[in-house]
Write a protein that binds this ligand. Structure first.
Ligand code: BJW
Length: 226
């Protein structure tokens, strides 16, 4: 399971901590249905800016290590909280995007979704052919996750032998609960993070260091034992 920290070395800011500011704003201020209702232009300007920033970033060695891992395991699932699309660009396919994708839009009238890679957007806020306002197809604070995606993530957590938890502060529900589900089901839990988190106390191993360095060396060790 991955969080924003895995993309930090690609140049994508994380959400929390010292560098957790996205252009003057905190995610809690703009990643909400209320912020969108009050000022869709401001929210879209923020997303347009983030899309531009992410478009300039490349997947790093940690994304690539996970993409390689999936080609070796019989039952491998990559659960990511990230919306940046860097895992796919590194080659991952067996993945669940818990919080959606910044590269998908959803019509607020019709509920239809489609990919949109336009950077910068030609019109802010963007609208659908039906006239409805479009929104980013991401999960904002207080919104529900896609039940199918969440169900698949719970199932993967319940049956896993090994869970790697990489670059997440492990504080946002329900993603944070997946680690305890895996642990109670008997999985071996390894955390990779530059600092300790609430998860560290009950992880079987905590590897303190940057993901782009630690994950490839962990994978090299695992691969040798396969
Ligand atoms: C490195 C590193 C390096 C740095 N190497 N490590 C009312 C309240 C609550 C829930 C509901 C509600 N009404 C309805 C609900 C429903 C509920 C739900 O779905 N329930 C199901 C069971 C059906 N919905 C939710 O639970 C929503 N959650 C929610 O509202 O929570 C409230 C809450 C928040 C916090 C605390 C307590 C309560 C769904 C979650 C929606 C999350 N959305 C966001 C925005 C996505 C869209 C966007 O990006 O624009 O998702 S918030 C933000 O946090 C983003 C992230 O995916 C998520 C997690 O953050 P992450 O990835 O952990 O990043 P950081 O920055 O926190 O941490 C980075 C870590 O990396 C740090 O530890 C660093 O040390 C480390 N790091 N560099 C390794 N180089």
């Amino acid at each position: 399971m991955t969080g924003a920290g895995i993309s930090a070395e690609s140049g994508v800011p994380t959400f929390r901590g010292e560098n957790g500011l996205w252009r003057r704003y905190r995610a809690e201020e703009l990643a909400t249905p209320r912020a969108f209702r009050d000022n869709p232009t401001l929210v879209w300007e923020w997303y347009d800016w983030r899309r531009g920033l992410i478009a300039e970033c490349e997947p790093n060695a940690a994304h690539r290590a996970l993409a390689e891992m999936e080609t070796h395991g019989e039952d491998f699932t990559l659960i990511t909280q990230n919306v940046d699309g860097l895992h796919q660009r590194a080659g991952s396919t067996r993945m669940l995007e818990l919080h959606g994708s910044i590269w998908r839009v959803r019509c607020t009238q019709e509920g239809t979704t489609w990919d949109n890679y336009e950077v910068p957007l030609s019109r802010v806020p963007p609208t659908c052919d039906c006239g409805g306002l479009l929104r980013p197809d991401v999960v904002w604070f207080g919104e529900s996750l896609d039940p199918n995606v969440l169900r698949a993530a719970y199932a993967a957590a319940e049956r896993c032998d090994l869970m790697l938890v990489v670059g997440t502060s492990a504080v946002v529900p329900p993603a944070a609960s997946l680690t305890s589900i895996a642990r109670h089901a008997g999985a071996y839990l390894v955390e990779v993070n530059v600092q300790e988190t609430p998860l560290s106390a009950y992880a079987d191993e905590v590897i303190l260091g940057p993901a782009a360095k630690e994950l490839p060396s962990l994978w090299a060790r695992l691969k040798n034992s396969l």
